[in-house]
Design a protein around this ligand. Structure first.
Ligand code: SF4
Length: 337
């Protein structure tokens, strides 16, 4: 059995606004094991990035973890001081973002930025840190690494900058890498190279990877397990093969049906109607019911619990309630809402 690295239990994160406190993450639990990639998927605004920022304790000023537990290697992160948390970031947990320029300082050389964490966390001399910086850059496939150390971020292409950010994230051999849409801004070829790189490094370093994405193509490339979020809630979770071959929540099925499948001439695109609700929209029952073609009366008033589909595969949808299906038989008849 794989060893659990990150464990998040019943996480609730909210934002203070002029209209009151609004929940962005609603009672979400999950784990990431060593050497595995968990992808959190969902449309923009579903709470996936806020979940990862909660883990890193990097929420915007008006954000707050209301309740829940976050443990890394069994250590509760909420009990750490800001200084302890700062040391943990970049050392045990690293994060890479969609836009490398948010993480790279434009006025410092790549060499300076790579050396800094190594000198700070590992007490290396400047010379030793430079040597390791060169090794890291070659590890992420950057040609002429010695020359790159003296360059500034704007002198590199987008793909190269992304590789530099990965090199920086890996500098201190983190046990957990959080990657938030790391390839969205890149063209398809570079995207595939970066995803391969993350996969290789995960295996080589036995890292856990928490990947945040809206792109089911990326999920298919890298995920071992998938957690689907909708309007702040986890609505389905399972091994990647189960999610792709047997999605049980209508929203997950909708996400898969809204990605073109060029290999299947019969495939018909079916976008999900409507939009993700705003944080201030109170929705009773299943939060997906206004957009769901299978919605039943019960869905509008009662929140569905997580039903087990198979080992490790759960879906929060009343259609999975076996007794209801047996008693009411025709429950899958769409209800107009
Ligand atoms: Fe649709 Fe009801 Fe399932 Fe929600 S619980 S996804 S509304 S069928």
């Amino acid at each position: 059995m794989q060893e659990t690295l990150l464990e998040v239990k019943n996480l609730v994160t909210s934002f203070r606004t002029s209209g009151g406190s609004l929940q962005a993450v609603r009672d979400v639990s999950f784990h990431v094991s060593k050497g595995e990639t968990l992808c959190i998927v969902g449309e923009s605004g579903c709470g996936k990035s806020i979940t990862s920022l909660s883990v890193m304790r990097l929420l915007p000023q008006n954000g707050k973890i209301e309740s829940g537990e976050i443990k890394l290697n069994d250590q509760p992160l909420q009990t750490l001081s800001n200084e302890q948390m700062r040391r943990l970031r970049g050392n045990e947990i690293s994060m890479i973002f969609q836009e490398p320029m948010t993480a790279l300082n434009p006025v410092l050389t790549i060499g300076y930025q790579l050396r800094e964490p190594l000198m700070l966390h590992h007490s290396l001399s400047k010379k030793e840190a430079s040597k390791q910086g060169v090794e890291l850059l070659s590890q992420v496939g950057i040609p002429n690494p010695e020359k790159r150390l003296n360059q500034y971020p704007h002198e590199l292409s987008g793909g190269m900058r992304q590789r530099v950010m990965i090199a920086m994230a890996l500098a201190c051999h983190p046990s957990l890498l959080i990657a938030d849409e790391p390839t969205t801004a890149l063209d398809v070829t570079i995207q595939a190279q970066i995803l391969d790189l993350i996969n290789d490094l995960k295996e080589k370093l036995d890292m856990g990877v928490l990947m945040i994405t809206h792109d089911m193509g990326v999920v298919a490339e890298v995920a071992d397990r998938v957690m689907v979020m909708y309007a702040g809630k986890k609505i389905e979770e399972g091994p990647v093969r189960d999610i792709f071959e047997n999605p049980r929540h209508p929203y997950t099925a909708g996400l898969l049906n809204s990605v073109p499948n060029v290999d299947d001439p019969e495939f018909e695109l079916e976008p999900i109607p409507g939009n993700m609700p705003g944080l201030d929209e109170e929705i009773t029952g299943c939060r997906f019911h206004p957009r769901c073609k299978f919605a039943m009366e019960k869905c509008k008033v009662k929140v569905p619990p997580a039903f087990q589909v198979s080992k490790g595969h759960h879906a929060s949808c009343w259609l999975e309630e076996k007794e209801v299906k047996a008693d009411e038989g025709s429950e899958r008849i769409p209800v107009q809402s």
